[in-house]
Design a protein around this ligand. Sequence first.
Ligand SMILES: C[S@@+](CC[C@H](N)C(=O)[O-])C[C@H]1O[C@@H](n2cnc3c(N)ncnc32)[C@H](O)[C@@H]1O
Length: 259
Amino acid sequence: MDKVDTYLENTMDENLMINKQSWDLASKRFFGRAALPDYGPYVPSEDKLNLFGDLSGLKVLDIGCGSGHSMKYMYSKQVKEIWGLDLSREQIETAKQVVGINLDGKLFESPMEENPGIPLNYFDIIYSIYALGWTLDLPKTLDNIYSYLKPGGTFIFSWEHPIHSRLTYYDKSLIFTKPYHDETATLHEAWKPTPAVYHHRKLSTYINALINSGFFIEKVIDDIELPRESGQGKPEMWYSEYKASYYPATFIIKCRKGK
Ligand SMILES: C[S@@+](CC[C@H](N)C(=O)[O-])C[C@H]1O[C@@H](n2cnc3c(N)ncnc32)[C@H](O)[C@@H]1O
């Protein structure tokens, strides 16, 4: 039987390998998608929220940097150092090109569940745009992030709102097709034909995991922002204006490591 068919019995490393292969194949599809100043679908952007504030002179790390577009944005804000980590070799190679500066020793092809050599107590800001939810071990990943931050440092991440994948548009209605509270690993239905192992998690799971790792939560945002000219697109798409007019597609959390 293929490892993909047995993903529930696999070790975490085996599932990370499935996801690495999947992301290597999906890389082109996600070029520049979900990158700062955007936090993700149908949520206000950084231009409006200003969660990062003045970034000049700061040391910054991107978790799940993807094609590097958020790192490029950070660089344009005069940060002192920009570091990145991503599971996928394709994404890391793309990020090198996109950021366009020397990132030797600062860009890691690695799962976020492990520390590949990132310095401790070093970063002023760590962020993750639509990547943190891919972790197969949330407590371990948050402990890592906490350890990389300086005391008083900030962690900001965005991810798909946990309500979003629970509902489906069907016959002009939105219906619950999955329980909100079921957190068992699944093969992500939007990842066809290359499967990826994914843990749905409740919003409270994210919040409590942050608290358990030692973070102080400063802000939780699940506001909805629809385009000015609304009513475009197909309601049945994974993300659609129709769905977003009823429930959030994205949430953002800003938190801090104590001094
Ligand atoms: C939607 S993309 C992120 C986009 C990116 N943040 C940006 O600003 O352009 C999600 C990324 O998470 C990465 N990823 C998935 N699982 C991961 C893991 N366990 N550890 C590290 N990165 C992972 C994928 O390779 C992919 O590049």
